[in-house]
Ligand binder design. Structure first.
Ligand code: APR
Length: 320
């Protein structure tokens, strides 16, 4: 059986990290695409030379030609610009929308059967635009945000309770922005609801509120420290988990920016929801019951995503 092919559109910080992870896991052959000439080729060469040391078999090539992504099984998109300190994800909208147009057209022309995972920010608007520009079915285009946001949430909870991150299952809904909805009522530690464990361990409710707030601004905290760009290790590993779920038909339920039609009172938007990922891409969206407060918070988040789509349509008339 031929090896799987993984195309990475954008060979910057996240793209390079994705290539390294995919090669180490021998997920398939890897094509790194970027508009910068020489850079994806240079990174591909550098990464190839990890092979003998790490003992992986994967062909890694760099390119500036979309024709080289032909036949890709999975495409992960990070093309665009990242945030700098003081910027919100939404500030990237204008530049990254035109990047999504070029990328969507490239995918449509050369790899229309791929499962496409978008990471470019502002995520919920960019994944929507990418689907529109690519014309791929909505179940084959998804955004990576929830796996990362819930990993941040889980990290902070593990630190607070002094337990292994392996035992924390943290739940985040909504858009990938400051309005995201970390849901404590569905978050557990070794199956124990977080609120219950907080009572047992004497963790104050205000500490949990602080963790929710820190999760919401988790990306900005890293941007502020890095100063030259945004997070890349955890975003990359999160997208790899989604790619593995698709390639292995794992039926994992992962929080993703998925196309929602009807559930959660959302119609025709990409927004963060628990979704089943298997060989057919996004196979289902799981609608959980929310409290009135959680519903209200989700509505704020969905409204923020909708506002971004209005801005996209204003900038790019073909989307209207
Ligand atoms: N086509 C392909 N690649 C492009 C294009 C384009 N039209 N425009 C820009 N790029 C490339 C850049 O040349 C750069 O190598 O996208 C790459 C982006 O890499 P970085 O600047 O290192 O950004 P990174 O940290 O990888 O983040 C990428 O993911 O999390 C989001 O907010 C983040 O939107 C940003 C994206």
């Amino acid at each position: 059986m031929a090896r799987k092919k993984i195309a990475l559109i954008g060979a910057g910080m996240i793209g390079g990290t994705l290539a390294h992870l995919a090669a180490k896991k021998e997920m398939g052959d890897i094509v790194l695409f970027d508009i910068a000439e020489g850079m994806p080729q240079g990174k591909a060469l550098d990464l190839s030379q990890c092979g003998p040391v790490e003992g992986f078999d994967a062909s890694i090539t760099g390119t500036n030609d979309y024709a080289d992504i032909a036949g890709a099984d999975v495409i992960i998109v990070t093309a665009g610009v990242p945030r700098k300190p003081g910027m919100s994800r939404d500030d990237l909208l204008g530049i990254n929308l035109s990047v999504m147009k070029a990328v969507g057209e490239g995918i449509k022309a050369h790899a229309p059967d791929a499962f496409v995972i978008c990471i470019t920010n502002p995520l919920d608007a960019m994944v929507w635009a990418l689907r529109e520009f690519s014309g791929l079915p909505a179940n084959k285009v998804v955004g990576m945000a929830g796996v990362l946001d819930s990993a941040r949430f889980a990290t902070f909870l593990a630190w607070e309770f002094g337990v292994s991150v392996k035992d924390v299952n943290a739940f985040v809904l909504g858009g990938h922005g400051d309005t995201m909805v970390p849901v404590l009522s569905y978050s557990t530690i070794s199956g124990i609801p977080v609120h219950d464990l907080a009572k047992i361990k004497g963790v104050d409710a205000s500490r949990l509120d602080d963790i929710v707030a820190r999760t919401r601004s988790g990306g900005g905290e890293i941007v502020g420290l890095l100063k030259t760009g945004s997070a890349y290790y955890a975003p990359a590993t999160s997208a790899i988990a989604m790619a593995e779920a698709y390639l292995g038909d794992q039926k994992r339920i992962l929080p993703c920016a998925a196309y929602v039609e009807g559930k959660y009172g959302v119609d025709g938007l990409y927004v963060g929801v628990p979704a089943v990922i298997g060989a057919n891409g996004i196979e289902d969206v799981v609608e959980i019951e929310l409290s009135d407060e959680e519903k209200a918070n989700l509505k704020v988040s969905v409204d923020a995503v909708e506002e971004l789509l209005v801005a996209c349509k204003g900038l790019e008339p073909s989307l209207a």
